[in-house]
Design a protein around this ligand. Structure first.
Ligand code: NAG
Ligand code: NAG
Ligand code: NAG
Ligand code: NAG
Ligand code: NAG
Ligand code: NAG
Ligand code: NAG
Length: 467
């Protein structure tokens, strides 16, 4: 917009055909200003455009230095109303760069941030304390494409601009076991609070897409996340040791869990001891043929509690809200509330696994048994399902307090299959078809509970900002 104004200034000074033309230009400028409005936790006083700092949007020139330099420059406004960086239409190739506080990264429609496939553009970081090692390789890990740590008030949004992780390079190295460091994530924000990620299209992340960790007060909404359904570990959104998170209106197609709720791995996660809690996920649409719509775990060693999932839809997905854990994980998954799910073409509607395996190293404590309790599901319809449920607790550590009510599952053809396969679990059901296993006896007249209070993150009102 400041460009238009400068242009206008020149015209006013230099042209003698101003009159009508200027008025038209002013009207168009005003219309443009009105048009670009967006919702955010905070608006910003200072605005910069990536091209003002010499970025080249040809999809070939690296802009890593430009991104880092301009954001460093804009960090001077942290305590002066904050700053917003406009990424205009174009293909902006870049390696990893860091965000700052009181800052908004704004991707206009037709802006594409394209991740570099040159490893020298990706600095390494130490492993996460609650994991003890990298997921792909024991040593360090590549910094994420968009990375932030120890921040307050950071926003990544736009008018549906795109971030393209160009993941095929990394998926190939992963499959050939050629990685010496763990693959980068697309967006990772650590030790931060007041985070908003919204109204963007994210495609082909090298690994997980959105990874807030050790953070709080997070709003994630209006994301379209797309990766091939056979791409490795392309989880959509992974809230990890986070408090007060809202995920809503996202559409995710991926090769791994659409949402994976985590809190650290075995003895490392137990030691850090930061749960994921007070999380709400609503109006998610998920397609993930080999994974879950929402997974709780398998890394849950800091605990997972008070998770609410409302009005979510899965199509051609392996399972719905799945619990994954193992001996050695410790901690708990408790007070989980699921209300309203529409499912179509699923392998399992209900799936809990107590023998997920996959340990950080052999140093896990075999006596660290996870406590899985008070898991509530209600108001579910499912069509074209292979198995209603597979619920495997842990021997001498049963999963308890399971409640399932008002659930109608249409299973596909093969009637002989064991529809409810239950071991080491306890709970109740009401108004559920087909008939549940004997470990989940019918208890008349009872709907499974769902909290009546509102999470603090749902009280955060977004402001209407304009560019
Ligand atoms: C930030 O960028 C502006 C505009 O290019 C420049 O004038 C200013 O010197 C820079 N400030 C810092 C701290 O780099
Ligand atoms: C980004 O942040 C990480 C972690 O603090 C740091 O190691 C790295 O040097 C930063 N990168 C830049 C370009 O400032
Ligand atoms: C970031 O915050 C964590 C947790 O509070 C702290 O341990 C770490 O030293 C901080 N890092 C920086 C660069 O300030
Ligand atoms: C954003 O773009 C994606 C990819 O083109 C598209 O599927 C999606 O519908 C768009 N979202 C909105 C809200 O326009
Ligand atoms: C952002 O997405 C939300 C849905 O989450 C939608 O209601 C809103 O209109 C979108 N805003 C813009 C500026 O596209
Ligand atoms: C039903 O599910 C099977 C996989 O179990 C799938 O091959 C088939 O296309 C689905 N049918 C419909 C009508 O969606
Ligand atoms: C039922 O679950 C148990 C325990 O996980 C498994 O060993 C068994 O194969 C399953 N049975 C069927 C028929 O799927």
């Amino acid at each position: 917009m400041s460009h238009n104004m400068n242009l206008l200034g020149h015209k006013l000074r230099n042209s003698n055909v101003i009159g009508v033309i200027s008025i038209i230009v002013i009207l168009v400028s005003v219309a443009e200003c009105r048009a670009v409005q967006y919702e955010a936790i905070n608006c910003r006083k200072h605005i910069a455009v990536l091209t003002d700092f010499g970025a080249v949007g040809d999809g070939k020139t690296s802009n890593t230095k430009v991104f880092n330099a301009v954001i460093k420059n804009l960090s001077q406004y942290e305590n002066d109303g904050g700053a917003l960086l406009v990424v205009p239409p174009g293909k902006w190739l870049t390696g990893s760069f860091n965000l700052t506080s009181h800052f908004t990264l704004f991707l206009q429609k037709d802006a594409v941030i394209l991740a570099s496939q040159d490893e020298s553009e990706w600095p390494s970081l130490p492993v996460l304390p609650s994991y003890g090692r990298g997921r792909d390789a024991p040593a360090g890990r590549f910094s994420s494409l968009i990375f932030g740590t120890n921040l307050t008030d950071v926003i990544i949004t736009g008018t549906n601009g795109t971030i393209d992780g160009q993941g095929s390079y990394w998926w190939g190295k992963f499959k050939k076991k050629e990685l010496t460091l763990t693959r980068p994530y697309m967006i990772e924000i650590m030790y931060s609070s007041e985070i908003q990620i919204s109204n963007l299209t994210l495609v082909n992340s090298p690994s997980w897409f959105v990874h807030p960790i050790y953070s709080s007060n997070i709003i994630i909404q209006g994301l379209t996340i797309l990766a091939p359904v056979d791409s490795p570990n392309t989880d959509g959104i992974d809230p990890d040791s986070c408090t007060n998170t809202k995920i809503q209106e996202c559409y995710i197609v991926s090769g791994d869990d659409c949402v994976a709720v985590k809190s650290g791995w075995d003895e490392y996660g137990i030691k850090v001891g930061m749960p994921t809690q007070h999380l709400i996920i609503r109006r998610l649409t998920c397609i993930s043929p080999d994974s879950a719509m929402i997974a709780l775990g398998s890394e849950m060693s800091g605990g997972i509690k008070d998770v609410r999932a409302e009005d979510n839809t899965a199509i051609n997905t392996e399972s719905a809200v799945r619990i994954k854990t193992a001996v050695g994980r410790g901690a708990y998954v408790k007070d989980i509330f699921v209300k309203g799910m529409t499912l179509k073409t699923m392998k399992y509607v209900f799936w809990m696994t107590g023998a997920y395996g996959s340990h950080a190293d052999s140093g896990f404590d075999p006596k660290a048994l996870p406590e899985i309790t008070r898991i509530n599901y209600r108001d579910i319809t499912a069509d074209n399902v292979t198995y209603a449920a597979r619920l495997d607790g842990i021997t001498n550590d049963p999963f308890t307090g399971i409640c399932i009510s008002n659930v109608h599952i249409k299973v596909s053809a093969a009637k002989k299959k064991l529809q409810w396969n239950c071991t080491n679990i306890a709970g109740v059901t009401n108004n559920v078809t087909p008939q549940p296993c004997s470990l989940l006896p019918q208890k008349e007249g009872q709907s499974c509970s769902y909290p009546k209070d509102i999470l603090p993150i749902d009280n955060v009102q977004l402001k209407t900002c304009s560019l």
